[in-house]
Design a protein around this ligand. Structure first.
Ligand SMILES: CCCCCCCCCC(=O)SCCNC(=O)CCNC(=O)[C@H](O)C(C)(C)COP(=O)(O)OP(=O)(O)OC[C@H]1O[C@@H](n2cnc3c(N)ncnc32)[C@H](O)[C@@H]1OP(=O)(O)O
Length: 176
């Protein structure tokens, strides 16, 4: 994992008692989500809870995901990280949106490879949630292809109804 710089005063949030147990697969948070939903051209990511404030996700890079011939598009890979870091909210039950996402591309990701992403919450300071992730090729201990850091900002649930279509009646606390 890349070294994460945290501001003074940041603390680790508590894992919510209703968070999925380690090893449990996370539910799709929205059926049309490009990252984890049934969206035809989406990533169809599968994510399971890890220990503490960690998640493990994976997706198969297909022909739909190309930038250069035979290689994954960088923006699409950043999308996968956004999804993984966003889903950390299922461990803390803090509703939040991406404020800032920084991605380091360290190795090309070919079509037909599976990208394994480990994401974690690093700390919280006020409404700011500091997160990071590493993506490895074809195995959870495979070569590092990408690292990322995300700053998520806690929002009220009204954010989703004011700017979008709400959370479709789902109770964020239970099954976002
Ligand atoms: C569990 C469910 C699973 C969900 C998975 C989904 C995965 C995908 C996640 C996403 O893609 S979310 C969609 C992409 N993100 C957005 O659409 C967010 C758009 N931006 C906003 O709505 C607002 O800018 C935002 C809510 C983030 C902040 O606006 P606010 O007016 O509420 O807060 P404000 O600007 O006062 O900032 C609050 C604090 O955050 C800091 N901040 C906000 N944006 C920042 C930024 N970009 N970089 C650094 N710091 C930032 C800001 O400096 C400040 O720090 P301090 O408290 O120390 O003063």
């Amino acid at each position: 994992m890349n070294k994460v710089e945290l501001p003074e005063g940041a603390t680790l949030p508590v894992r919510h008692p209703d968070a999925p147990a380690p090893g449990e697969e996370l539910p799709v948070h929205y059926s049309q989500c490009f990252g984890c939903g049934d969206n035809e051209s989406g990533l169809h990511m599968r994510v399971r809870a890890g220990e503490g404030l960690t998640l493990h996700g994976r997706f198969l890079v297909t022909d739909h995901h190309q930038g250069a011939p035979g290689l994954a598009h960088g923006g699409l890979l950043a999308c996968a990280f956004d999804e993984m870091l966003g889903m950390l909210g299922m461990l803390t039950h803090i509703p939040a949106v991406t404020g800032r996402l920084e991605t380091d591309f360290r190795r090309p990701v070919p079509v037909d490879s599976t990208l394994h992403i480990r994401a974690q919450v690093d700390g919280v300071l006020g409404r700011k949630i500091y997160t990071s992730a590493v993506g490895r090729l074809n195995a959870e201990d495979g070569p590092v292809a990408l690292t990322a850091q995300g700053l998520f900002i806690e929002v009220g649930l009204e954010h989703f109804s004011k700017h979008g279509r709400g959370l479709e009646g789902r109770d964020f606390e239970v099954n976002p």
